[in-house]
Design a protein around this ligand. Structure first.
Ligand code: ADP
Ligand code: SF4
Ligand code: MG
Length: 340
């Protein structure tokens, strides 16, 4: 938290379509529109929660921002510390290389993302060596200090990942990520694979480090309850698009999109005496290879009117800083947290 007013990242109409190949000749028969026109900007030191059901394109947004995929179209403008703006969607991989130090991703599964044959010392120290930041004894001291900063005892630096618990492995991954002093971190469901009891610890650690190191963070999760405490703002995704974006409190207490309303209703009430009044969405999430015409949410929306079947609603600033993609955003009164 504690964002300042400098914009660090501006994503404009980002699209990432994956071709679908069929038959012996591998002809392209269609596209999975994993990310379909995503726009948002991010301030320095801000934490943006990116939320939506599995398959809605969150990971693809993260990977495309970091140019792990070449986007189909759109811009990913990144503001370097020296004031220069670069469009990550277009620069060469060579020019991208130094930026990979500043922009890092934390992955969901702390086990598969750590090479099992390397010790913790090598795992955390490897980026330091590769990027020529520290070697030998100096690197070892840096590894020890990074381990302490994520709550791990440096005495275990010669152990292997399998000797640690899931939560500890995510801490190792975090130390590895922090080793290069990144400015921007995309944390892709970093606690989803962990036991519930450990999730809060890792979340708290991430929150502390974010504040202490002044990191800008995109925090990806499939449910709101994971991101609500850490995020300054939240973007809700549905089938490749952002359908609502605003400050966290506003989004939770005063949602403007019917999909957000349903997600909010799934947050467990703070008081266990209160019965949750959950809105259960009918039907399945549509395939991003064949999204419905009109509003992508219309087949599951309980407020849908005729217009919703034909016309795609744009993401519009309905109130100051509060964006929603719904034809009825100004008319509906939706239920937020604790609403009857
Ligand atoms: N490399 C890929 N090739 C083809 N389709 C992909 C690829 N990566 C993701 N997809 C598809 O794109 C959609 C969005 O996936 P993803 O970004 O992983 O969603 P999320 O992270 O929200 O679960 C899904 O339908 C998924 O199957
Ligand atoms: S545009 Fe129509 S279908 Fe889409 S969310 Fe709004 S009311 Fe529902
Ligand atoms: Mg994902």
């Amino acid at each position: 938290m504690d964002a300042n007013d400098t914009i660090i990242l501006e994503v404009k109409d980002l699209k990432m379509y994956f071709p679908i190949y069929r038959g012996l000749l591998q002809t392209v028969t269609g596209h999975v529109k994993a990310v379909d026109g995503v726009s948002f900007s991010l301030k320095e030191r801000e934490v943006l929660g990116l939320v939506g059901e599995s398959g809605c394109g969150k990971t693809t947004v993260g990977r495309t921002i970091l140019r792990l995929y070449d986007p189909t179209s759109g811009e990913v403008r990144y503001h370097r510390q020296n004031g220069e703006w670069v469009d990550i969607a277009r620069i060469s991989q060579k020019k991208m290389k130094p930026l990979r130090r500043e922009m890092r991703m934390i992955f969901q599964d702390p086990f598969s993302s750590l090479n099992p044959r390397l010790t913790v010392k090598d795992l955390i120290g490897e980026p330091l060596e590769i990027h020529n930041i520290a070697h030998g004894r100096e690197a070892e001291e840096k590894v020890a200090s990074l381990m302490r900063s994520v709550g791990l005892d440096p005495a275990y630096m010669r152990r292997y990942p399998h000797e640690f618990s899931g939560g500890q492995r995510q801490r190792i991954g975090l130390a590895r990520t922090l080793s290069l002093n990144p400015r921007l971190i995309i944390a892709d469901e970093p606690v989803s694979a962990l036991d519930v009891s450990v999730q809060a610890q890792v979340l708290n650690l991430l929150q502390e480090l974010q504040a202490q190191l002044g990191l800008t963070l995109i925090f990806v999760a499939h449910d709101l309850s994971v991101v609500e405490h850490i995020s300054d703002r939240i973007a809700v995704m549905y089938v490749g698009k952002i359908v609502e974006l605003s400050e966290t409190e506003t989004l939770l207490y005063h949602p403007l999109h019917p999909y957000t309303e349903a997600l909010v209703s799934a947050i467990p009430p703070a008081d266990p005496e209160i019965q949750p009044n959950r809105i259960v969405l009918q039907g399945d999430v549509p395939s991003p290879a064949n999204p419905p015409a009109g509003c992508i949410f219309h087949p599951r929306c309980r407020y849908a009117v005729d217009r919703c079947q034909q016309e795609l609603p744009a993401l519009q600033e309905v109130e100051a800083g509060h964006y929603a993609a719904c034809h009825l955003a100004k008319e509906l009164t939706l239920r937020g947290i604790g609403g009857a």
